[in-house]
Design a protein. Structure first.
Lengths: 341, 187
């Protein structure tokens, strides 16, 4: 029987074992059927409260978490920065304690600074789910990407995955690199030299450091040190073409237009020419390649419209599975369950 | 269920042949009661209701020459003790691919005890539509005195009066190494 834990936080992929990741994905797989019902609602989390605490704007992630909570019959409230007391000068800690006093069972948090969810997890009684913290992690995005890949490729181990774009600022890239290498995929990253850290390998060589806040893991350590780290699963490529060649999956990152002023690359047009995913570049990948993008996409910049609208692009599947994965995460988190196989 | 290794088998009430006969009889009773296999929708409740339902479907097919619709229900998300069991149990998939509207749904489970599992299954079933009728078939009925809800079975393999301290285990080759039904007790 499962040990009853007080709660289960999802702060990042880095601290999860491969078995735990597969456990979440398997649970999500079983939630998929609910989205196809006429009445898309089950009573599992009746009476539980999920607070979406969003310090950064995000219609998609917020809606996705909100729908996930509602499909499980939980009550979902959204607290966005513009309408909260944060803009009146309240500290993060005070906001968290006030929120906690209202007894939510789960807080979904997104913040522009890395580590905010971890800090909340230390003070809050509720389960904390990281919905994106600075350039650190965005675990549910990586999980929904993995679910999309699993659906189309039936596995993750051994796949060649190219991640293209602004790696340095991307929490999506970071969470995906952790997840994919833990599950045994070969990841190649590429992008402008200014936006791809050369020493990225150290990222996964620290995979085995398991620091989990307020949670236990049955003492198991499914991912022994060195399993992913340093085993050649992650490669930094000098050219986009090298990353895409022979790929089963191409993951395109959004170019954050707001960074254009910081002179990481000369112009958006130049970015499109050198790094944008066009049909020609995609031709280097395997015939049955699939294309993922976390959205919102800049058509004609990081991805051409012909690719975005082609059958190889699974961008809308990603959005669909986003709700399913978040249902599974909310179910596991509020039940305080440890992921078991 | 309690840790299975610590349980002691007190008596064996069914062997493989008796289980087979009971399933045959359940299948005949279901088609007799419903005047054939038309509109029949046999739904197994996870886990051990599923292989039982499959066998009933096979049997009805040989009796009537028509294969009834078949589905699976996982009641985890509809349990009434989710907030008290501690860790949330593993969720498995519900597979009701055919429309339940207007059908005669026969829920199939291994053991009828408190009736709470059946309540959860019926709640879930109603979220899928409006069956014309819902009936219940079980291999073992532990007796009305254990019921915590007003739920009774329409088709029963065997009534086995038990004490609350006793545990009935239906063992099927799909999940266990043997085919048998036994009464177990904690030592």
């Amino acid at each position: 029987m499962e040990k009853p834990f007080r709660r289960w936080d999802l702060l990042g992929i880095r601290t999860l074992s491969a078995a735990e990741i597969n456990g979440i994905l398997d649970t999500a797989e079983n939630f998929r059927e609910i989205d196809t019902r006429e009445i898309k609602k089950v009573p599992a989390l009746r009476g539980k409260t999920v607070s979406n605490l969003l310090f950064e704007n995000s219609t998609r992630t917020r809606t996705s978490f909100e729908l996930a909570a509602k499909r499980l019959s939980a009550d979902a409230v959204n607290i966005s920065v513009s309408s909260s007391s944060v803009s009146k000068g309240e500290t993060l800690l005070d906001t968290a304690l006030n929120l906690d006093a209202m007894q939510p069972d789960c807080i979904v948090v997104r913040h522009s600074s890395a580590g905010v969810p971890h800090q909340l997890a230390r003070v809050s009684k509720a389960a904390i789910i990281n919905a994106g913290d600075g350039a650190n992690e965005h675990p549910t995005q990586a999980l929904l990407d993995a679910m999309t890949i699993r659906e189309h490729k039936k596995k993750i181990e051994g796949l060649n995955v190219a991640i293209i774009g602004d790696i340095i600022h991307s929490r999506v890239a970071r969470s995906n690199i952790h997840l994919l290498t833990k599950l045994g995929a070969k990841v190649k990253v590429a992008g402008p030299g200014t936006l791809v850290p050369k020493d990225l390998e150290h990222l996964i060589s620290q995979n085995h450091l398991r620091e989990r806040v307020g949670s236990a893991t049955d003492g198991e350590q499914q991912n022994p040190p060195g399993n992913a780290g340093g085993s050649g699963l992650l490669t930094v490529c000098g050219h986009v073409e090298d990353a895409i060649r022979g790929a089963d999956v191409v993951m395109i990152l959004r170019i954050q237009r707001e960074r254009q002023d910081s002179a990481y690359f000369p112009t958006l047009r130049e970015y499109a020419i050198h790094y944008g995913l066009t049909n020609d570049r995609l031709g280097l990948a395997k015939k049955d390649v699939i294309v993922l993008h976390p959205g919102p996409m800049n058509r004609g910049i990081e991805i051409s419209s012909e690719v975005a609208d082609s059958s190889r692009s699974l961008i809308l599947d990603q959005v669909k599975y986003g709700v399913t994965v978040r249902m599974a995460v909310l179910y596991l988190a509020t039940g305080g369950a440890v992921v078991r196989l | 269920m309690a840790d299975e290794s610590t349980l002691v088998e007190k008596s064996r009430i069914m062997d493989s042949a008796r289980i087979k006969r009971a399933i045959s009889r359940l299948a005949s009773e279901i088609v007799e009661e419903n005047h054939g296999a038309k509109d029949l929708y046999i739904v197994g409740i996870r886990r051990r209701g599923v292989p039982l339902a499959e066998r009933i479907v096979d049997k009805i097919e040989t009796l009537e020459g028509v294969r009834p619709i078949y589905g699976i229900i996982d009641i985890t998300l509809y349990r009434d003790d989710l907030s008290t069991v501690g860790a949330n149990p593993i969720v498995n998939r519900t597979e009701l691919n055919e429309d339940v509207d207007g059908k005669i749904v026969v829920l199939v489970d291994d053991v009828l005890y408190t009736g709470r599992t059946i309540r959860a299954a019926m709640d879930q079933l109603m979220d899928f539509g409006r069956p014309r009728k819902v009936q219940l078939a079980v291999l073992i009925d532990r007796g009305r005195e254990h019921r915590e809800l007003p739920i009774q079975a329409d088709f029963i393999g065997k009534v086995v009066p038990t004490k609350q301290t006793e545990i009935i285990r239906v063992m099927l080759k799909e999940y266990d190494n043997v085919e048998a039904v036994g009464i177990f007790e904690r030592p």
